[in-house]
Write a protein that binds this ligand. Structure first.
Ligand code: FPP
Length: 241
């Protein structure tokens, strides 16, 4: 496992907004889906770099609740790409000790894709080298709304006292309830916004906005982001020192 300057083994949670596939393809005169395919190949490399870099948890934004606004061919192409990814990567992820989870609202997703997602979660449930979470039809506000619905049902059923509801209680209803909060959120492609990604969980995350387009984001660039993270002083609202 990777160690920081003080020799302490890292177990970081890194979340990534994988942006720039479309521009990467366009700059080569190719269709946007070509960029998404190149992006999927990059996902494999970044996941496989995690153990050496001390990244125990990796959460990636694959499709947002807002991405349905894209053209039908692009949406259909992305859904086909997710199915292909699950089919082609399952055994490799299993062998490398990667535990896969999906977050987001599964209700709007194709039943066949959901069955494949469930299957991959089950297949890799015994793994513990890297926890890979794929956000698919995910939006931070939508997640909080769905969590609130579940919480409200518990209150209505008399199983939860409204006075006892705390931030921790609500966090327990989020899709990410089994994961630690992210330490670092990276966004590629030069855009400096968070686009509804892990809004609640990133309250104290460090952010790194890098200019590289996602299909060009190598493990070396990933390592550089982690090295920059090490230089940040995290205070969690307290004073320095
Ligand atoms: C944003 O780039 C990227 C997406 C909406 C899709 C992310 C998907 C992948 C990286 C593909 C594979 C993922 C998995 C899990 C197999 P963009 O299209 O918005 O790029 P642009 O801003 O240049 O148009």
């Amino acid at each position: 496992m990777a160690e920081d300057a003080a020799g302490i083994a890292r177990r970081m949670h890194v979340a990534i907004i994988m942006d720039g596939n479309g521009r990467w393809a366009q700059s080569r005169g190719r269709p946007r889906l070509f960029g998404h395919s190149a992006g999927a190949a990059r996902v494999r490399e970044i996941v496989e770099a995690c153990p050496d870099l001390g990244v125990r948890y990796l959460t990636i934004f694959a499709f947002s609740t807002e991405n349905w606004k894209r053209t039908q061919p692009e949406v259909a192409g992305l859904m086909a790409l997710f199915r292909r990814y699950i089919r082609n990567e399952a055994q490799r992820l299993l062998k490398r000790g990667v535990r896969v989870r999906f977050i987001g609202d599964r209700n709007r997703l194709d039943r066949k894709l959901v069955a494949m997602m469930d299957g991959l979660e089950e297949l890799t449930a015994g793994n513990s080298t890297v926890d890979l979470t794929i956000a698919l039809n995910y939006g931070g506000r939508d997640e909080v709304a769905r969590a609130t619905q579940r919480l409200a049902r518990e209150v209505a059923a008399g199983r939860l006292d409204p006075e006892a509801v705390s931030a921790e209680t609500l966090a327990g209803f989020l899709d990410t309830h089994v994961l630690p909060d992210p330490d670092l959120v990276i966004r590629t492609s030069g855009e400096a916004r968070i686009s509804n990604f892990l809004l609640w969980q990133s309250a104290y995350a460090e952010y790194d906005f890098v200019d590289t387009l996602w299909p060009d984001f190598t493990p070396e660039l990933f390592a550089r982001c982690l090295a920059r993270f090490e230089t940040r002083e995290r205070r969690f609202g307290a004073v320095a020192g």
